[in-house]
Design a protein around this ligand. Sequence first.
Ligand code: ADP
Length: 621
Amino acid sequence: MAADSADLRTPRRVGRAGGVVLAGVLLVLGLFVTTLAAGALAGTQRQQDESRMDRSMEVARAVVAGEAYRRVELLGQLSASVGTQRELTAHDFNALTHRFAYRGLPGVSEVGFVVPATDDQVQGVQRLWRSRGSAVAVRPVPADEHRLVVLSRSLDGLSSALGADLAAAPEPVTAMDAARRTGQVTASQVYVLLRDRPLAPSRRQPSFVLAAPVYGAGDVPDAGLLRGWLLMGVRGVDFMDGTLKQIAQGMINVKLTDVSVPGQERRLAELRGGEPVGDTGLHRETTIDVGGRQWKLELQPTTGFLSAGGTRTYQAIMGSGVIASLLLAGLVLVLVTSRDRALARVEQATAALQADIVHRQHVETHLREREAELERFAAVAAHDLKSPLTVIMGYCELVEDTLAPGSDSQVTGWLGRVRTGTRRMQHLIDDLLAYAAAGDGSLEPAEIDLDTLVADIVMERTSHLDHDRPNIEFGRLPKVVADPARIRQVLDNLIGNAVKYVRHGTVAQVDISAEREGDMWRIAVADHGIGISADQRENVFAAFARARGSEGYPGTGLGLAICRRIVNHHGGEIRVEENPGGGSRFVFTLPVAPEPSSRGAEAEGGEDDRAERSASGSGRR
Ligand code: ADP
């Protein structure tokens, strides 16, 4: 057993180590392939991301520059138109700026006409423009030169800057001065529009103004002279939202900063599309020239940008690759360990089985010892009981002989019962002794002529009968080599039963035959008696077992048990079956007699010319 378990353990150790190595190799290989695939994808993806950012930048730049230019252009055209007006009135201004309201100009808050004025001129300016239809009420601030908004068209629906003095903020003043100087539409530095300053800080936006100088032009008295400026206020965030939101699509963060003066950069607007990603090298920036100022346009990718591209695929490939590798390695490990577990279970089961077998062997040996002991005891007890019974029998006969003929018939009756009981007890003891002897002890084989043996038994069993002699028929029977005394016992029991178990008042019909089947003789004793029901046919061979319906017949229930023991001891088998036509048919087998068997052959040949013989009463017929 120790050797067996060592045999089982050796391959297991090798298998587990091999499995772990295989799992490790698969894991490493899987991760390597995954990394390669993901790396290749990442390279391609990187190029795609770069070109996406480049395209986005191109578009964003075109849009911002285009929209800024459109505003500059519109303001320039308006300036030219206003310059040609002989006398600009509020009505004219409204008519000229009417189209602004419908142009779709994101971020534009207001378009106004601004005139310069000294302190002395302020009131005169107000009067003049009121006379020209404006509702202006000037609110001058301390300044060398006031810049008063005298005409205004609000484009955002909010209150306008009409009447304000733009000299309050340096940014528009600087822009106006530059415009006056250059004659060009000029953008201001980023600042919060005066009209927005009363708003809550959260609603204030970094903004700028475009300033276009207005000179009298054409056939007008003030031709070539500065009349003032047209100013367009533009809010940065609204401008950005209205122009770039579609492009950013939540994937790109956009920043627009006035960087005209180094060290004085001001953020005009920022469009946050999402969570910015770190240094990816995908950051893009460019500068745009707007009304004489430099704007820096910056584009930065967000997490949304990367995941919309290949990041998700990359992560999916990496993730699924890693998971697949882990699963594969895990599977190999599970297979290896489950094989180990199965082997361990087999080992356990084998050990348990072996322990069980050893235990059973112990029990069996013990039982055999006990059985042998009991049989010895029964044999000794039976043997010792025989002599007192013989004594009782002897005394019974003595008393009977002593009693005078015709004396007390009651005493004679009692003596008869004692003798019957004693005889029954003798039978039982004989059977017990035969049963004990049938199972073991060495056989003393000799050639038996079954023909003679059966005839002898029949004679013995029937010769003393005066009437109702059973009709026992048997053909030519073979010679066998077996223990004569025991085979006699078998046949005597079977023939005795066949004669005994008949319906009361009927005569027994018994047929004894033999046939060869391979290496065995099949000997059958068939009768037409009371029969044995199918469910009890096996049971009747057990010791002390009696079938239903045998109550009215004498017997100990040991006869067939003795027969089975003897037949088995000879290497044969015995069973009972239904006799066709009613009754029972007991069949037992015995090995064919060894050579020389000329007599056996003779017997076989004799079967063919089987002459029906019968023994009725005195023997063969
Ligand atoms: P017993 O001493 O009772 O005859 P056996 O062991 O010889 O004991 O037979 C066991 C039982 O088998 C019998 O009690 C009887 O019920 C049944 N039996 C045996 N032989 C026959 C037969 N030829 N016909 C019917 N029943 C039989």
